[in-house]
Design a protein. Sequence first.
Length: 172
Amino acid sequence: MYVYSFHPVTKELLGAYTAIKDTLESAKTGAAVYIVPSYATLDTPPASEVGKVIIRVGVTENCPQGKSWTVEEDHRGKTMYRKSDAQPSTVMDIGPIPDTYTELVPCEHPKWNGEAWEIDVESLNLQSIALIRTWVVAQGAAPKELIDIEESAQKQKKMGVTAGVTPKEEQT
């Protein structure tokens, strides 16, 4: 007979040890009675699986042994990326990954397309314009020349020129 202990906060299975028989209670009742401390149970847990953790459910103040076992996803310690802005975050809790996060590592200038990361061309173009503007100012260009550069970038965007690549029909 084994006693299975679980963590008082996370409720995850910690391990098993041989149950200690309560000889006094066993003699009184005429049946084997075992000592089961709080946050432990005689219920055998299910088999463990890779990437998952066994959790005790139904644990309350009135029922410190809980009601049953369940198996949950365990991504603790993994780095996930928020789909809205590609910010990394380390998983701290047991359970599935929220829909707003992914394990996929973002590319440079990322944008989530619903299934994967792709290059955010608009962000890349804005960064390119900013770099060109900085270079032009460093060269001593007048404000009129900066406006001409931005107008040219807007025209290229309307024509479908992306990150310096001209559409085939425009190439000569």
